[in-house]
Design a protein around this ligand. Structure first.
Ligand SMILES: [Fe+2]
Length: 279
């Protein structure tokens, strides 16, 4: 499986992975999102409904969709859901294989919600590269559907566009594209995902259904790779450490100070001395 993913990524600039997120996590995500919308409505003295979809539209009467996307992602990240997803065995294997074991992911992100009623191009994005938004070349961009019914559509990706470099753009769309290119409308279900490089051109497929589609864009990188994008301005959460990083943590500082850690005996002497001084 890893070999196919490596090949797809190298060859086309993206790869799909089917059935990698457990149904237990998916239902937990849906429950957390709905609870979050309900508590928001209650704070605003509005009566919540039972379904996620209805509560989303109720919230949208009060705040912008962008604000909803931000607070929902923040809640899921705080509850450890992104960590749990990226730690799913197959996903972790893929990440370590492609990026190495020292991993972190972006935490100041937002969800991508799409419905028939919202056509603003902030939500229905034209072809773009994440590089335009500051993602460095060493990142991988995941698109993970949390709520996706048949007929809702997903994202469309241009094959081999990752080899074209930084595409000239204006107003969040390409100024020019090669004459012949092949694109794929990604066909994935809940529990599956797609990921691509920061140079891979992709766009939103409009959701023709009234019910909302919810997906999480998650950026993952190796924290030892140079930050050549806008990563300095972003927030990250560490996901995994190599042996080398663990050892650095144990040693505690880059000067490798000898005998830095107090052993139990010395610790108790130290504490006794402290107590004596108090009296
Ligand atoms: Fe994107």
């Amino acid at each position: 499986m890893i070999e196919k993913i490596q090949n797809d990524l190298m060859e086309n600039g993206y790869a799909k992975v089917n059935n990698v997120i457990s149904p237990v996590i998916l239902s937990k995500v849906k429950k957390l999102m709905n609870e979050n919308l309900i508590s928001f409505l209650k704070k605003k003295n509005k009566k919540p409904k039972s379904k996620l979809n209805d509560n989303f539209y109720e919230c949208k009467k009060i705040v912008s969709q962008h604000e909803i996307q931000v607070f929902l992602a923040k809640h899921l990240i705080e509850k450890g859901v992104y960590t749990e997803i990226l730690n799913q065995k197959k996903i972790k294997e893929i990440l370590i294989n492609l990026l190495g074991p020292d991993l972190e992911y972006v935490t100041n992100s937002e969800l991508a919600i799409n419905s028939k009623s919202e056509t603003d191009e902030y939500y229905v994005k034209k072809y773009h590269q994440e590089f335009w938004s500051g993602a460095g070349i060493a990142s991988l961009l995941f698109w993970i559907p949390f709520y996706l019914k048949p007929g809702m559509g997903t994202v469309e990706v241009i094959k081999k566009s990752h080899t074209w470099g930084h595409i000239p753009h204006s107003n969040r769309e390409p100024i020019e594209l090669p004459d012949n290119y092949v694109s794929e409308k990604i066909n994935v279900k809940e529990g599956s995902l797609v990921f691509f490089t920061p140079f891979t051109l992709h766009r939103t497929i409009p959701n023709k259904l009234k019910e909302i589609r919810v997906a999480a864009p998650i950026t993952v990188r190796n924290f030892y790779y140079p930050k050549i994008g806008n990563e300095d301005l972003w927030e990250f959460k560490k996901l995994n450490f190599s042996f080398f990083s663990h050892l650095r943590k144990i040693l505690g500082n880059p000067q490798f100070s000898p005998f830095r850690t107090l052993n139990q005996k010395r610790k108790s002497i130290f504490l006794k001395e402290k107590i004596k001084k108090k009296h």
